[in-house]
Design a protein around this ligand. Structure first.
Ligand code: ZN
Length: 134
């Protein structure tokens, strides 16, 4: 589940020669990690010291990527979950999925204004990214 902490150590994870500094695509924390696995020069999987989730790095590529937008908590946990899933989908490059989730949030208009505004901002971010890739 997104945002859940991994319990227990990763088998095969070891101290890396060079720590990686990044924003975790799972928990949004800015971290420095020197624990993980290295496949070759510049190709590493790091373990987030905050949530324990793995992130793949290859040059400037990071998977999962940084989740766009800001965390927004509304009174409806279903809408909040949809919004967080949209952020994760956008960070993973699944732009169509992010747009579909944002449309679900805004179409219902059941959420607080801040949630709707946040979903609209994510929708616009997804559109900008999609336009750049064409
Ligand atoms: Zn994390």
């Amino acid at each position: 589940m997104i945002g859940e902490r991994i319990h227990g150590p990763w088998s095969g994870a070891a101290k890396l020669p060079t720590p990686a500094v990044y924003v975790c695509g799972y928990c949004d924390a800015g971290v420095t990690s020197d624990l993980g696995m290295q496949a070759g020069p510049g190709q590493v999987i790091t373990i987030c010291p905050e949530c324990g989730q793995p992130t793949y790095h290859c040059g400037r590529l990071q998977i999962p990527g940084v989740r766009p937008g800001e965390p927004v908590r509304g009174p409806d946990p279903v809408l909040t979950d949809l919004y967080e899933q949209a952020r994760s989908a956008l960070g993973a490059g699944a732009h169509a999925a992010a747009l579909a989730l944002c449309r679900l949030i805004t179409a219902g208009r059941a959420g607080p204004t801040s949630m709707e505004d946040a979903a609209n901002a994510l929708t616009e971010a997804a559109r900008r990214i999609t336009r750049k890739k064409k």
